[in-house]
Design a protein around this ligand. Structure first.
Ligand SMILES: NC(=O)c1ccc[n+]([C@@H]2O[C@H](COP(=O)([O-])OP(=O)(O)OC[C@H]3O[C@@H](n4cnc5c(N)ncnc54)[C@H](O)[C@@H]3O)[C@@H](O)[C@H]2O)c1
Length: 256
């Protein structure tokens, strides 16, 4: 697989390492901030390399993702999008990618464990919903360099709870200067130290507390999942399958 890395920070550099170990080739790195052998934009890359059967992975910055998605779609380069913080434009960008007959696979979290956790969360929320004595809430913790909050994973988890608990109709994020209403799911974010990522859901009654939590030990699970997603997307493109995909397509299992 010939890979273009868009964003050469913590994730981009680890993806490079693991992809090379798997026998893939890194044809280019695009990052407007980093020096040395790095292209500033997709356009700069195209001037040197022209077109080819590339697959790109974007782990850049929330403010950069929208333009990068458009730039790769314009050139019909299949793109795995790991960058978070742009999902308010998901419908618009999905339509754009489809209009260009390109392909994109996005996930708020590429780790296999988190994608399994989504299914556990869906099951718990649906099971607890009829028992009104249990309220529900959520939290997420990440390192103090993370640029956006809440995390994309937290947003996905909150959507899963709303979909599976009829009693909860909306999520309220972070600081509340009033008690949450019964139909509100309160979800908090904490930024501290070097934490790679914790996501939890709490189901709490006056008698007891049920908590489910996913804790990432490092970024390896994310990197592995992103490379597997890129392999899946590249194969799909070669077989003529284009469009917008998620990890559900890669895992080929039920939708949470
Ligand atoms: N979906 C997932 O599974 C997942 C996992 C980890 C991180 N992320 C997200 O991925 C993004 C990057 O994470 P990170 O930890 O590598 O961040 P990082 O800050 O270490 O690296 C980001 C890199 O992107 C570069 N960049 C900035 N603007 C760019 C542009 N226009 N084009 C290309 N590169 C650009 C920066 O110079 C930097 O080198 C963040 O949004 C983060 O939340 C998602």
């Amino acid at each position: 697989m010939e890979i273009i890395l868009s964003g050469y920070g913590k994730m981009g550099q680890l993806i490079e390492k693991r992809a090379l170990e798997k026998g893939h080739e890194i044809v280019a790195v695009i990052d407007p901030v980093k020096d040395g052998g790095v292209f500033r934009s997709v356009g700069d890359f195209e001037k040197k390399h022209g077109t080819g059967n590339y697959v790109a992975l974007d782990f850049s910055a929330p403010g950069a993702a929208v333009q990068n998605i458009k730039d790769f779609a314009e050139r019909k380069i299949p793109l795995v999008v790991g960058t978070t913080g742009w999902y308010d434009k998901l419908d618009e960008l999905s339509a754009f990618v489809e209009s260009k007959q390109s392909s994109m696979l996005w996930a708020s979290n590429f780790s296999l464990g988190v994608n399994l956790f989504y299914r556990v969360a869906a099951y718990c929320a649906a099971m607890i919903d009829p028992y009104n004595e249990y309220d529900a809430g959520g939290y997420e913790i990440h390192h103090n360099q993370k640029a956006d909050s809440p995390s994309g994973t937290a947003k996905t988890l909150a959507e899963i709870v709303l979909k599976n608990m009829k009693r909860k109709t909306k999520t309220v994020w972070d600081k509340l200067d009033r008690p949450p209403k019964p139909d509100e799911l309160h979800f908090a974010s904490l930024r501290v130290g070097a934490e790679p990522g914790v996501h939890g859901l709490i189901f709490d009654s006056s008698a007891d507390n049920i908590e489910i939590r996913h804790t990432a030990r490092n970024r390896e699970g994310l990197v592995y999942g992103a490379i597997v997603a890129a392999e899946w997307l590249e194969k799909a493109a070669r077989e003529g399958k284009r469009g917008v995909f998620t990890m559900d397509d890669v895992l080929g299992r039920m939708n949470a």
